[in-house]
Design a protein around this ligand. Sequence first.
Ligand code: IMP
Ligand code: MG
Length: 171
Amino acid sequence: MRVLISSKELQARIDELAAAITADYQGTRPVLICVLKGAVFFIADLTRRLPFDLEIEFMAVSSYGHSSESSGVVRILKDLDTDIEGRHVLIVEDIIDSGLTLQYLTKTLKARNPASLEVVTLLSKPSRRKADLECRYTGFEIPNEFVVGYGLDHAENYRNLPYLGVVDERE
Ligand code: IMP
Ligand code: MG
């Protein structure tokens, strides 16, 4: 395993993201939506740095099926437990790759008439983008490599690593 972003670097960047989000959302009691499972670690560390009232909700979508490429056909496996009409909504994502999953998700949630809808993603692979979408806050832009750890998996392994790594071909 090769370390791409250390635990210390991740945490330092999350401090900065939290400061930016606090400046924008303090007093609005936003709904933060965690997209399962990859964003679990990120939303846990992020929200513990947000010193204002907020709600946390979970959503699960199937993006890839059995292939390793996003198809753009997304199924909602677990929907929100709350109505977001008139609420300030912030989607919390682990990584934006093609962007197709998030494009579908934002379209679906916008139809429910939130007061605002923005995205914070820990990671982004801009070179892979197929969908045109706006992301308000990005933690790190990374090269086109398959990364694991800090919530991200390869066949459900490695989510528990405290850092972000790249699996060696030979491993
Ligand atoms: P998209 O629809 O192509 O943007 O796919 C986004 C989803 O694919 C993410 O939420 C991850 O679950 C998964 N994914 C994309 N790239 C990686 C990676 O490098 N490591 C682990 N999962 C990834
Ligand atoms: Mg994900």
